[in-house]
Design a protein around this ligand. Structure first.
Ligand SMILES: NC(=O)c1ccc[n+]([C@@H]2O[C@H](COP(=O)([O-])OP(=O)(O)OC[C@H]3O[C@@H](n4cnc5c(N)ncnc54)[C@H](O)[C@@H]3O)[C@@H](O)[C@H]2O)c1
Length: 259
């Protein structure tokens, strides 16, 4: 399937930069958005410096697009007003722009931290209720709820990828369960853009880690290839003593500085 014109928000970020490189040459046109300045590196690239808070600018940037990969926002724990503005209102502006301009697919960067308060011993799938491990996780619950609303009410095709731990290589015990390799990340994003017939879909984007505690969603059209176990020899195996999927992220001390 031809990708057509794809907009990437947060294109200057860690995952955005990798998705940009990965889709280069595949999409007819890549529109790269971020609040920091970017420089085009390919004839198919167009860059725009836009803040997610600017609803008209966001909608304008989505005009003529076929799909959007929304990666921009606050990527970790922060005061709730900051998360509401960056992750919730920002996502609303993306979805509203996509509705107005009739985009065929919206891919939203959700997070595993939306279920980080489940026990690590439990296999969790997207049908279980959210149990966020912090305020950041709460903002991703709202992001998914907005996606669901726009799918149910306005018929948008919305895929929420609950991204694991995006790293070149796993570095700690939690990563042995949660690692998302760059190759698998691109595979999930490509599938989320191209797999036909998806209505609202929430799916974990995690590598094929032997110790993973999330279910995969084969309907997404991508099965991961990498396994953190290949790195296990150099990593202490002991998970956080609280036994929760979020580990240290789920501790009160992680959120208290932001309250
Ligand atoms: N990295 C991970 O392991 C991971 C895990 C789960 C979910 N995610 C999600 O994936 C997405 C990308 O993560 P990342 O690691 O690349 O983060 P990142 O911080 O490297 O990139 C985020 C980008 O968004 C931009 N941005 C932030 N606020 C903005 C605003 N108001 N207007 C315009 N641009 C803005 C930043 O400038 C940055 O370039 C985020 O939504 C994050 O919550 C990441």
């Amino acid at each position: 399937m031809s990708l057509g014109t794809v907009v990437i928000t947060g294109a200057a970020g860690r995952i955005g930069s990798a998705v940009r490189r990965g889709l280069r040459g595949e999409a007819e046109r890549l529109v790269l958005l971020d609040r920091v300045a970017l420089t085009p590196e390919h004839p198919a690239e167009e860059v725009r410096q836009v803040d997610l808070a600017d609803a008209p600018a966001m909608a304008g940037a989505l005009a003529g697009a076929d799909a959007v990969v929304h990666l921009g926002g606050v990527p970790d724990e922060a005061p709730l007003p900051e998360l509401m503005s960056g992750n919730v209102l920002g996502t609303h502006h993306v979805l509203e722009g996509a509705r107005r301009h009739g985009l065929r697919r919206v891919v939203l960067a959700s997070s595993n931290r939306l279920t980080g308060s489940y026990p690590a011993a439990q296999l969790v799938g997207p049908e279980l209720p959210p149990r966020p491990d912090g305020l950041y996780g709460v903002s991703k619950v709202a992001l998914e709820a907005l996606g669901r609303l726009y799918a149910d009410k306005f018929g948008l095709s919305v895929v929420c990828l609950r991204i694991g731990s995006y790293e070149e290589a796993p570095a700690d015990a939690r990563h042995l369960a949660t690692w998302l390799s760059p190759r698998d990340c691109l595979g999930f994003v490509r599938a989320a853009l191209t797999t036909p017939g998806l209505g609202f879909t929430a799916a974990y984007a995690v590598s094929a880690n032997t110790r993973r505690y999330w279910e995969l969603s084969p309907e997404l059209g991508y099965l991961p290839l990498d396994d953190a176990e290949a790195f296990a020899a150099g990593i202490p195996a002991q998970l956080h003593p609280n036994g929760l999927q979020g580990g240290a992220f789920a501790e009160p001390e992680f959120t208290l500085p932001y309250l």
